[in-house]
Design a protein around this ligand. Structure first.
Ligand SMILES: NC(=O)c1ccc[n+]([C@@H]2O[C@H](COP(=O)([O-])OP(=O)(O)OC[C@H]3O[C@@H](n4cnc5c(N)ncnc54)[C@H](OP(=O)(O)O)[C@@H]3O)[C@@H](O)[C@H]2O)c1
Length: 270
C-alpha cells in the first residue's frame, strides 16, 4: 500500500531551477506538501501554480547567501503549521574556469551557496526536522565532488565538502536521528551549465541526464527507510570507485583531456 505523504512537508531550495522544478513536480504528484524556495517570486509562483493542488504549497523567496534572508526563511519554516519534515538542499551555482581565473567574489559565492548555506540551513532546521518521524535531509551533490575534474576545482571542492558534511552528519544522527541522504548527479540538462560546459561535455563524450532522472532518485531516497547515498549514471559510478581506489589511473585519464578543457575554459573552442 502506498505511504500517505499528505502530511509530509518539504522545504525545497532552488525549486525554481531545472532540477528543483522536476523534484517539485514529482513530489507534488506523490502527495507531498512543498515550501518552494528561490530568489525570483514570479518563477516560484509560476511553478507553484503548475503543481497539483497549488494552494497546498507555498513560495518562499530568499537569497540564501544573505544571512538575514536565510534567517527569515528559517523563521517561516518554524511558523509553518504542522512543521517541516524534510529539507532538500538543492540550490546551487556552478563555475567552469581554471583556478587562476577565479576571483575572490566568485570563490565566496560558490562556497557560500553550495556549502555554507546547506550546512547552516540544516543546523537551523534540525530541531524542527527531529520532531518528525519522517525527518530527513537530502543534499544534492555532484559527481565532480568525487572525481576532481580540471576546470571545476572550485565547484568540485564545494561539492566534496557537501559530501563530507553529509557523511559526518549521517553518522552523527545515527540510527534514530534525522535521516541524511546524499545524491550526486552527473551532468544534467539545465541552465546551470553554460554553453561552454555543454560543448565541453559533448567534446569529452560526457553523458547528460534529464532533471526528471534526478527527481526520481530523490523520491526513492525519501521513500527509503534509512539514510543513504546515491550516484547517478554509468560509467560515472564506476569512475568514482576507481578514483577512490586508484586515483593515479584517473589522474592520467583526465590529464589527457586537459588541452580540451583549457580550450573551452578560455572560450577558444565552440
Ligand atoms: N545541472 C547539472 O549538470 C548538475 C549536475 C550535478 C549536480 N547539480 C546540482 O543540482 C542542484 C540544482 O542545479 P540545477 O541544474 O537545477 O541548477 P539551476 O537550474 O541553475 O537552478 C539553481 C537553483 O538554485 C537557486 N539559487 C542559486 N543561488 C541561490 C541563492 N543565493 N539563494 C537562493 N537560491 C539560489 C536558483 O534560484 P533562482 O531561480 O533565484 O536563480 C535556482 O532555483 C545544484 O546544487 C547543482 O550543483 C547540477
Amino acid at each position: 500500500m502506498a505511504r500517505d505523504t499528505s502530511a509530509t512537508t518539504v522545504l525545497l531550495t532552488g525549486a525554481s531551477g531545472g532540477i528543483g522544478s522536476a523534484i517539485a513536480h514529482l513530489l507534488a504528484e506523490n502527495g507531498y506538501t512543498l515550501l518552494l524556495q528561490g530568489r525570483n517570486p514570479e518563477r516560484l509562483d509560476n511553478l507553484r501554480l503548475s503543481l497539483p493542488d497549488p494552494e497546498r504549497h507555498q513560495s518562499m523567496v530568499a537569497d540564501l547567501t544573505d544571512p538575514t534572508q536565510r534567517q527569515a526563511l528559517v523563521e517561516r519554516c518554524r511558523a509553518t503549521h504542522g512543521g517541516v519534515d524534510v529539507l532538500i538542499n538543492n540550490a546551487g551555482v556552478s563555475q567552469f574556469a581554471l583556478l587562476e581565473d577565479i576571483d575572490d567574489a566568485k570563490l565566496r559565492e560558490v562556497l557560500d551557496t553550495n556549502l555554507l548555506v546547506p550546512i547552516a540551513l540544516t543546523r537551523d532546521l534540525l530541531p524542527l526536522l527531529s520532531q518528525s518521524p519522517q525527518g530527513a535531509v537530502v543534499n544534492i551533490g555532484s559527481a565532480f565532488g568525487h572525481i576532481g575534474h580540471p576546470g571545476f576545482c572550485l565547484y568540485g571542492a564545494s561539492k566534496a565538502g557537501l559530501h563530507g558534511f553529509s557523511e559526518a552528519l549521517r553518522r552523527e544522527q545515527g540510527n534514530r536521528g534525522v535521516r541524511v541522504h546524499y545524491l550526486a548527479p552527473r551532468a544534467v540538462d539545465t541552465t546551470l551549465n553554460t554553453e561552454a560546459v555543454k560543448n565541453l561535455n559533448r567534446a569529452l563524450g560526457n553523458h547528460s541526464d534529464a532533471p526528471e532522472t534526478v527527481a526520481e532518485q530523490c523520491l526513492k531516497l525519501l521513500q527509503s527507510g534509512s539514510s543513504s547515498r546515491r550516484f547517478i549514471g554509468w560509467p560515472e559510478r564506476l569512475f568514482i570507485k576507481v578514483n577512490a581506489l586508484l586515483p593515479t589511473v584517473v589522474d592520467s585519464a583526465l590529464t589527457k583531456k586537459l588541452p580540451v578543457v583549457r580550450e573551452y575554459a578560455a572560450g577558444k573552442a565552440q
